[in-house]
Structures are given as C-alpha cells and as structure tokens.
Design a protein around this ligand. Structure first.
Ligand code: SAH
Length: 361
C-alpha cells in the first residue's frame, strides 16, 4: 500500500541531565503548586501556550488514556510539564515530549529533574510537525491547537504505528473530527480520519481550566488507528476527498461538471504515471487532511477557456468528461452531496473513476 508520509527532519534530541536548571527546579519543589503559573516568563498565545492548570482535568486525561505498564508515551507540547509529570507517574515506562520553545524545554526538564523522574523522560527540542517521532504506543497531549490538523495527519498518515492518541483539541475542531456523514460538521477531515481510524469524544474541558484563559473551550478526543490498513492508495484517496470536499454543499454531479475541474483532472490523469516516476524517492510534502479550509483549486463555474499551452484536443476532454459522468451515473451518486456519503460510497466512486482512467494525483 502506498502510504502518504509527511516529510520529516531530524531534530535535536536533548536527554535530561540532572544538574540542569537548579533555580527553576526550586520553583517546582511542590508538584501540585507548580500547576499554577508563576509568570516566570511571558506565555506566547500565537504558540498556543495555554497551560492546563486544573488538576482534576489533568488527572482525568491520564485516566482516560488508560496507560499500560511498559507503554512508551509521546507528548506534544509539554509546556511546563503539568501533564508530563502525571504521565511519568503513571504505569507507562517512558515519555518522549516534543517541545518547540527552549524556555519550556528548560522548565519541564528542571521540574521533572526535581521530582526524580528524569530517567523516564526524553525531551525532543523541535517543531512537532517536522520532528521525527521516536516509536510510541500512545500519544497523550494538550497540544497547541494551531497544529491540530497537520499533527493528526502526521500521526495517522505517517509511518507511525500506535494504539491510540488521546488529544485535547479545540472543541469545534473536535466536533468536526468525530462527525459522521450527514452531520452539518461532516467534512474532509472527518472523512479522511474515518478511513484509517475511529475517533470519539471523551469529555469537554472549559476554557477556565487554562492559564492564560483562551477564547475557546476544549474537548478530549481519542483516536484509535484501525489494525488493518484500508485497501486503497491513501495518497489517491486524500487527493480525491480534496476534490470532493472543496465545495461540500454542491452535488458531486455539479462539482465534477465544472470545466476547470475536468481539465485539471484530465491533466493529472494523463500525467499520473510520469509524475509518480518523477516523485519516486523524492520528499513528499506534508499531508493535509482539510482541518481548516476545505478549499481546493479555485473553481469558477466553467466559463474559463482552456489554457494556451494545452497539447490535447477538445474531443479528448469531452470523452474524458463523459467517463466522469458515466462513473457518477452508474454509482447513482451524481445528485448526492459529498458530506452525506459514507466512506464506502465514496470509495466505490473512486474505484470506478480509477477504472475509467480518472486519477486524482
Ligand atoms: N501541555 C502543556 C502546555 C500546553 S501549551 C499543558 O497542558 O500545560 C502548548 C505547548 O506547545 C507550549 O509549550 C508550546 O511552546 C508548545 N508548542 C507550540 N507549537 C509547537 C510545535 N509546533 N511543536 C512542539 N511544541 C509546540
């Protein structure tokens, strides 16, 4: 199976050393007191630095993660370590935490050091979207919400094999993630996630449980990758759902009738083999799941003319268009909106498109 893999960059791995940050360690002599923010440095909202400070919620997250003895845990954005210390005190064997802000790296390092738990923690300095993750069984994290979509794409469509990810996410994003076909929130993100995993809501968390208080509430979500990989070329599937959900409230018939879209698909389908050869061994770009905008190639409703450099005839394009219409007709999906369809129905359509030589990437 051809798994779309996000590009990874090696990053610096900092192992804890016990002599580090004595002053900061003193500030964390009491783990419970450490959850309140003592304003040692300014928190950056653009980096999603909202610390979760409610001990009951922190305990609940670790409980819901159902860690097992020997588990390797991945945490993204440990911050000052409010969740990290609980993960380290759980039955899990070890925790790897990826943190972008050097001040946070120092803070969590010193705190864990003071608690005598340093031997169980590896802090990886870097951007979690770019960094190569070590092997892990479960991911448990209150992540910076700005990277929700690329991070989930990386977890589910990257090379990692893990049991579950228990993530605190922005409430609205979480609702979209667990939506089912027909829900008003159902979108490309949910479609793509459902293809490879089961996602469910565990609990809501108030914005009042964070310092500084964010504008949005949060929800804890569990994502469990399915044991068996789906029988589909995932890169092709991702490109297909991108085409379908660009305008999720139009019918598929209307979406695939647009001249610009037909032309784009025509070019892609003709060049698919060449591009696959060109890309072999090259680094692929980050997988995008459609967590924010579901926008696609700009679509206007078909009054544009063919590009000047085109080396194909209008007859060829007309024949190609007929193939698309034929596939839609035989699946009886032309009058349906993508947001109402199950993955089985979408997959049936993709298979038929592919059989007809219509390729999406
Ligand atoms: N988990 C902690 C902190 C949450 S704040 C708690 O619950 O209290 C989010 C954290 O993610 C911050 O420490 C921030 O510096 C870090 N962060 C932001 N962008 C990141 C990225 N791209 N990669 C890794 N860490 C990131």
């Amino acid at each position: 199976m051809n798994r779309a893999v996000s590009s990874v960059r090696s990053c610096h791995v900092a192992r804890l050393v016990s002599s580090r940050g004595a002053a900061a360690a003193a500030a964390f002599s009491s783990p419970a007191a450490a959850e309140a923010w003592d304003r040692r440095f300014r928190l950056h909202k653009p980096r999603g630095q909202h610390l979760l400070t409610n001990p009951r919620v922190l305990d609940a997250i670790v409980r819901r993660a159902a860690l097992r003895p020997g588990d390797a845990v991945l945490e993204v954005g440990p911050g000052t370590g409010n969740l990290t210390v609980r993960l380290l005190e759980s039955p899990a064997a070890r925790v790897s935490a990826v943190e972008i802000d050097p001040r946070m790296v120092d803070a969590v390092t010193a705190r864990v050091d003071a608690l005598g738990l340093a031997h169980k923690l590896t802090v990886i300095k870097g951007d979690a979207v770019e960094a190569e993750f070590p092997e892990f069984d479960v991911c448990v994290a209150n992540i910076p919400y700005g990277i929700s979509s690329p991070l989930i794409a990386k977890l589910l469509f990257g090379p990692y094999r893990f049991r579950a990810a228990t993530l605190l996410l922005q409430k609205e994003f979480a609702r979209r993630l667990v939506a089912v076909p027909g829900d008003s929130e159902y979108n490309r993100l949910a479609t793509n996630v459902r293809m490879v995993a089961d996602a469910r809501l565990l609990m809501d968390v108030s914005k009042r449980d964070f310092v500084p208080m964010p504008k949005v509430d949060s929800s804890l979500v569990e994502i469990r990758p399915r044991a068996a990989a789906p029988d589909v070329d995932l890169a092709e599937w991702l490109a297909f759902t991108r085409a379908c959900f660009g305008q999720k409230n139009k019918t598929l018939g209307a979406i695939f009738k647009q001249k610009r879209k037909v032309l784009e698909l025509f070019r892609r389908s003709r060049g698919a083999d060449e591009r696959r050869n060109d890309n072999a061994g090259g680094s692929s770009s980050l997988v995008r799941l459609g967590g924010g905008d579901d926008g696609d190639i700009s679509d206007n409703d078909g009054n544009d003319s063919y590009d000047g450099a085109a080396s194909f005839s209008e007859e060829e394009v007309t024949a190609f268009k007929a193939k698309i219409a034929g596939a839609l007709e035989s699946t009886e999906l032309a009058g349906k909106r993508p947001s109402k369809l199950s993955n089985d129905e979408l997959l049936r359509l993709l298979r038929l498109f592919n059989e007809q030589g219509v390729r999406f990437q």
